[in-house]
Design a protein around this ligand. Structure first.
Ligand code: NAD
Ligand code: MG
Length: 404
């Protein structure tokens, strides 16, 4: 039977790759892994969204940027499709009755309420959008259990871990090893990194991705977010998570079991593979990812990240230890700072500095209210409050010229 899919963020890097994966699956022989596109969503790139609507003929489209809805309607005049506007529209398509699989590929906290809606309708959620898991991982995973939703990782490292985990039982896991290419500044002189230009930051050596995650990969905030993501997806404490720099980007992550056996997942660095696996799991079907030519690999190298060059990684562990609203603050400060950097308002080095400042100020703030962030099982309202607080705090720091 054909699966019925909603793609949240279909105009992005993951969204467009997913549509290519679906084209491949639908045109291949055999009955399995066929998808009907029921709903699509985009934010402001309505031209591409309209092209996708003409091609895939979904029943619903959400245009999350309300200022772009009118233009979008003009572009699709005469087509039979229901247009939903704003953040509510996005949430609505995530919970549609006629959808069984939701690909969450929006960037940032903007995807949170849609992910929760899909979880509460018991869908299969192929989740690329890591920020909601970072902020509200405890809530999302608890609700997924309650409503029988399936959370399948799309992030390449987490897809690798998910695959490797199948080699043993949960209690037999000794540690999870998240790999990272090291980004564009692995070999750079640390003194020059804070002043890196937007062009240098966006020139990732391995992956072509949307701008936010590309900046996150340069600061290593992406790895910090992935540590938190792994903590929730695989229910492991911070002590069982490790990060390794692996510049060849062939081993996408590993799981070490108690007997010393290390199971690694390898493949070409191509997001079509983890996207397809999340869509067709437990099946493996032929896909577009380039096959590995082992004899051409020559060497695979691994090294511990240098904390002087990448202080963000340690912050990821710290946030997992703290729990409560710390991850919401961490993520929001980063989203705000990346936005400022991409707008040319702050230096590259200010991103991590701002996040550090917000985390420290948040702890002072929490203690000032007689609360301890560590033990709280934060509610959605508290998490969103922390998100708003951190974004405001970034603005305050900038207003007061508190940066190096
Ligand atoms: P992108 O910027 O290319 O695409 C983002 C999508 O979200 C677009 O469709 C855009 O229209 C939509 N969007 C933007 N702002 C929005 C808003 N306020 N409300 C609703 N929709 C909005 O990003 P991407 O690289 O495809 O990444 C998407 C998510 O997947 C991110 O969370 C990222 O961390 C994660 N991810 C991406 C990759 C990758 O290779 N690109 C790999 C692993 C994880
Ligand atoms: Mg990743």
């Amino acid at each position: 039977m054909r699966k019925r899919i909603a793609i949240l963020g279909s105009t992005g890097s993951i969204g467009t790759t997913a549509l290519r994966v679906i084209d491949g699956l639908n045109s291949s022989p055999g009955k399995e892994g066929k998808f009907e596109v029921i709903a699509l969503s985009g934010h402001s790139n309505v031209k591409l969204l309209a092209e996708q609507v003409r091609r895939y003929r979904p029943n619903y489209v959400a245009v999350s940027d309300v200022d772009c809805v009118e233009e979008f309607r003009r572009l699709i005049e005469g087509l039979d499709v229901k247009v939903l506007a704003g953040a509510e529209g996005l949430t609505e398509i995530a919970g549609l009755e006629e959808v069984d699989t939701v690909l969450a590929a929006v960037v940032g906290v903007a995807g949170l309420s849609a992910v929760l809606a899909a979880v509460r309708k018991g869908k299969r959620i192929a989740i690329a959008n890591k920020e909601p898991l970072v902020i509200a991982g405890q809530l999302i995973t608890a609700e997924a259990k309650k409503y029988g939703a399936e959370l399948l990782p799309v992030d390449s490292e987490h897809s690798a871990i998910f695959q490797a985990m199948q080699a043993g039982r949960h209690e037999e896991v000794a540690k999870i090893v998240l790999t990272t290419s090291g980004g564009p500044f692995r070999k750079a002189n640390p003194a020059g990194i804070p002043d890196a230009s937007i062009e240098q930051v966006l020139a990732h050596p391995v992956w072509r991705m949307g701008p936010k995650i590309t900046v996150d990969s340069a600061t290593m905030m992406n790895k910090a977010l992935e540590i938190i993501e792994a903590r929730w997806l695989f229910d492991v404490p911070a002590e069982k998570i490790e990060v390794m720099v692996h510049p060849e980007s062939i081993v996408h992550s590993m799981v070490e079991f108690v007997d010393g056996s290390v199971i690694a997942q390898m493949g070409s660095p191509d997001m079509s593979l983890p996207i397809q696996y999340a869509l067709t799991y437990p099946l493996r079907l032929p896909g577009p990812a380039k096959k590995l030519q082992l004899d051409r690999l020559k060497t695979l190298t691994f090294e511990k990240p240098n904390p002087q060059v990448f202080p963000a990684i340690e912050m990821g562990f710290e946030v997992v230890q703290k729990g409560g609203t710390a991850a919401a603050v961490f993520n929001a400060a980063n989203e705000a700072a990346v936005g400022q950097f991409l707008a040319g308002k702050i230096k590259f080095g200010n991103i991590v500095e701002l996040v550090r400042r917000c985390l420290d100020n948040h702890i002072i703030e929490m203690n000032g209210h007689g609360q301890n962030a560590r033990d709280t099982n934060a509610s959605l309202e508290e998490l969103l409050e922390a998100d708003a607080w951190a974004k405001k705090e970034v603005t305050e720091c900038l207003k007061n010229h508190q940066l190096r």
